[in-house]
Design a protein around this ligand. Sequence first.
Ligand SMILES: *Cc1c(COP(=O)(O)O)cnc(C)c1O
Length: 421
Amino acid sequence: MTNPMFEQLFEFEAGREGFYGEFGGAYIPEILHETIAELCDAFDAARKDSHFWDEYVQLMSSYSCRPTPVTFCENLTRQCGGANIYLKREDLNHTGAHKANNVMGQGLLVKRMKKKRVIAETGAGQHGVATATMAAKLGLECTIYMGAVDVARQRPNVFWMEQLGANVIAVEDGTRTLKDAINAAMRDWADSMAETHYVLGTVCGPHPFPLMVTWFQSIIGMEARKQMLDIIGQLPDQVIACVGGGSNASGIFAGFLDDAQVELIGVEAGGEGMNSGQHAARIASGQGHVGVAQGYKTYFLQDKEGQMKDTHSVSAGLDYVGVGPILAYLHSQGKVRFESATDKEVVEAFKITVKNEGVIPALESTHAIVHALKEAKEIGKGKNILVNLSGRGDKDIFTIADALKDEKWNEFLKSKVENMD
Ligand SMILES: *Cc1c(COP(=O)(O)O)cnc(C)c1O
């Protein structure tokens, strides 16, 4: 099912469980040791039980359009005049992104552990909607923590979470954003861990989350490798994915880790540019420093005192201070190259992709497209690039209409407001 290099990630040095080189680990309060140990055991047993993976694949194929197709972008390729560009269509998942893979996988694990309740924290709300969807489908109680500022900003997602039956708690502490929501979720977990599982949304946090989420997301890479062999009779020359926490990138890269000839490229949020201080490029900028926060060790954008810096991106999903420890390790081994794309480049590439391919990419995923367009020219005709299209862009309608200064959209919003009672 998997390849040897990917399996190597599961081999820990004695006493260093969950470390990949210097990255990773589980820096958690004493009170969580027992529940994390229980999760490690449950994940280990599930991973070694081939029925569990089969059950996961079955669920994803009947509920979330798996295997997602690979699409050849004929028009983009012609326009670019270089390498062939292919998209792995994670946007066609249920709820519109690769996040479905992770939450459904963890949901099945929760059922196996016989827990009845899930909690999660969410910033932009995408992970909250995915988790609430999973909870509705699998019959679990669900509480979502969200900073009060984010609740106000992300009303459509809050609306859907509540319709799906989740209890959305607006966190009023601190700056009332994502990191305060994380703290609130941690406090809940410490009080409720006997019956509750904390559904982390990406390949970050304490062991076993980085490994476990990579494992569930590896379904992307496993499918994609086979699909490329079927479609072009060979492996792609490059695989490109955007990197927020790193789960969609880890998932597609997992299928190609043992293929030395395939170059793996992660694209971070360049925001307003590398020298602006307004970005979330932890590795590509060279400005990230190795530190410990939120339960694990990795590159964080932090100041000399270790305070986390504010990050910025046009896409909420890439706007995060840390990066998955396995990706940090693969970068240190020269296995994954990191690049960045600016907000401006993203808006341009978004327009080109929609008009030429009839595909509406999420702004997160468009970061990968920006870089693919550059590489396609660089490596030239006859080569093949596979881009992970992590999600669809419908959710970004407010941001995109704003960036494109669409007047009719503004009129529509105004008329909505005026007609309210
Ligand atoms: C959440 C999200 C991301 C960022 O998360 P990763 O863990 O880095 O994959 C990227 N793309 C889309 C569409 C998302 O919703």
